[in-house]
Design a protein around this ligand. Sequence first.
Ligand SMILES: O=C[C@H](O)[C@H](O)[C@H](O)COP(=O)(O)O
Length: 232
Amino acid sequence: MDARQLKIAAAQAALEHVEDGMRLGIGTGSTADEFVRLLAEKVADGFKIQGVPTSERTARLCMELGVPLYSLDDLPELDLTIDGADEVDGALRLIKGGGGALLREKIVASASSRMIVIADESKLVDMLGRFPLPIEVAQFGVAATRIAVERLASRLGLSGEIALRLEKDGAYLTDGNHFILDASFGRIPDAEALANGLAAIAGVVEHGLFLNMANAAIIASQNGARTLLAQN
Ligand SMILES: O=C[C@H](O)[C@H](O)[C@H](O)COP(=O)(O)O
């Protein structure tokens, strides 16, 4: 199986957890896109779900493919969210936000009774941090916020570049009109301390550490898809 087929395998396995009538949070990214394509086929066959997208990108794909969408304000309590991740560790701690959708993703996952992560095995790590940690920050005072993040990192014994995410026309803007700082800390031994510290910085809108959120992770490899369950 190539990389895309692995994503499809994870998405296919996740679809088995989606029941008729569910209020469903729909994630963002290339793996979540595969899930949307498979979901759309079921919807076309008469399967009923009410979807809440985690980004404008996912909303566009759902609309193109006929997946029924609602806002989170229409449906503030969801049954299940299916989403991808940039990294997953054995305790189902995640790094998310490589595609810039972390804020809405975290709000939608928090409003869901369950979250299932879908990923290929390249995302599974012993310890989080190989993937740069996305930190969504207010545009106002971004230089000061970056310094505050550097000081926090230093207190926690972390170091590495903290880069403003750019695209061709300048700074990358999230759906919420914020900037992203990508922090290349390397291995993060105490993700909880980092998450708490980031949450306490005024200019930080949200960070890409998703701790105690995923109930299960479906990991696709050449041997098939296996499910890791959260211990809590
Ligand atoms: O902001 C984007 C999301 O957190 C994605 O779920 C994450 O980046 C994984 O994306 P992909 O499935 O494309 O690797």
